[in-house]
Write a protein that binds this ligand. Structure first.
Ligand code: HEM
Length: 352
């Protein structure tokens, strides 16, 4: 019903709701965690008595759960990525960005467990409730990694700034928690301090080559048909095209093997593709790649886009190439090569 209502507005209306609810859930999760820590630390004032802090912490966490359910529902209802209900419950089982979506499912399972045990607190006893509640410290960074790894908006400066603010807020709260908590327990305090510095630092170092780098959609595990559909929607893709040509291999004096793959592409704008792989000979007759170059273009400008191979599995090649204007393409080439060196197969080129 919801799909029927939304789809006439455009295929990605549900996707926008997924993104919006994901972002608000993360903000609420962050505020909930900070208020939870404030509550344990008995941080209160005349204007904000402790029972208010506790109640706001509880209500914000409930609101976060409600929004999370909408976030999950819209991502499942949207047929775009083919996400199933089970993918949202059992981590790492889906086909769409399995690791990054799996982290979301993991965080969501933890969040549901934390909220449900809080509602049953009287029945299950303080010790069990508390043991489960500690998982909030695990749930939050996992949710952040899910957001960064699978979110579309992380490439926008506002989302980067928002994520940075959430991280800083939680780091400050954790430091306060370390300051007023468990004076007798040194190892967990040291571990929490280490994690609160090392994890944000690792995230900041990984982001530029990871989700902010070229070809992340492909590297993150987006199925090819989804990528193709997304790119087709924007009208800026080379559809999967038939390629054929030759594969030649020669060995130089220093033992390095050079494999030259010259392909004609059934595409008007980019009819020529050249792949070169350099490396030592492998036992199976192939080559252990040390270096590579890939260029795609026209007879007048054969290197309109150039770059290198990012993954090589047999004759399945993935590459990222860039034009002089800075436009990047992810290339996926699947070839079959006969004994005489004649190659044929398919090329998929999508904006990176
Ligand atoms: C505590 C749990 C979760 C939190 C806090 C969370 C939060 C987020 C955030 C902040 C984003 C980025 C939104 C953007 O870029 O604008 C996101 C993206 C996404 N999440 Fe979640 N999420 C959670 C669990 C889940 C689960 C269980 C699913 C599974 C169905 C899911 C599906 C998605 C999808 C498909 C996207 C990508 C949307 C896009 O392309 O931008 N999330 N999530």
């Amino acid at each position: 019903m919801l799909t029927a209502l939304v789809s006439p507005l455009g295929p990605s209306a549900l996707w926008y709701v997924t993104r919006a609810t994901g972002t608000v859930t993360l903000i609420l999760l962050t505020v909930g965690l900070v208020l939870g820590i404030a509550n344990v630390g008995r941080l209160a004032s005349a204007g904000w008595p402790r029972f208010v802090v506790e109640r706001v912490h509880r209500n914000i966490s409930l609101l976060a759960l409600a929004l999370l359910l909408v976030h999950i529902a819209t991502s499942v209802l949207d047929s775009f990525a083919g996400i199933q209900v089970l993918d949202a419950v059992i981590p790492f089982t889906g086909t769409y960005r399995p690791l990054w979506l799996g982290l979301g499912a993991f965080a969501s399972d933890l969040m549901i467990a934390i909220v449900v045990t809080s509602m049953l607190r009287r029945r299950i006893g303080h010790r069990t409730w508390r043991a489960v509640h500690w998982f909030a410290y695990l749930c939050w960074p996992i949710a952040v990694m899910h957001s960064v790894g699978t979110g579309t908006d992380i490439k926008e400066s506002w989302m980067l700034a928002l994520t940075a603010i959430c991280v800083l807020a939680v780091v400050a709260a954790v430091w306060a928690r370390i300051g007023f908590g468990w004076p007798e327990r040194r190892p967990p305090r040291a571990a929490a301090l280490f994690a609160s510095i090392a994890l944000p630092l690792a995230l900041a170092l990984w982001l530029p080559g990871g989700p902010l780098g070229a070809g992340w959609a492909l590297r993150a595990g987006t199925p090819l048909d989804v990528l193709q559909h997304a790119a087709g929607g924007s009208g800026s893709t080379t559809a999967p095209t038939i390629v054929d040509g030759t594969v030649k291999q020669k060995q130089s004096g220093n033992g390095i093997v050079e494999v030259d793959i010259a392909l004609s592409v059934a595409d008007r704008k980019l009819p020529q593709l050249a792949v070169r792989i350099y490396g030592e000979p492998a036992a199976d007759g192939g080559v252990k790649m040390d270096a590579s170059s890939v260029s795609i273009g026209s007879p007048a400008n054969p290197a309109l886009y150039s770059g290198s191979i990012t993954s090589l599995k047999g004759t399945a090649i993935e590459a990222t190439v860039k034009s002089a204007a800075g436009k990047s393409l992810s290339l996926v080439i699947n070839l079959s090569v006969d004994k005489a060196g004649a190659a044929s197969g398919e090329l998929l080129a999508v904006p990176a």
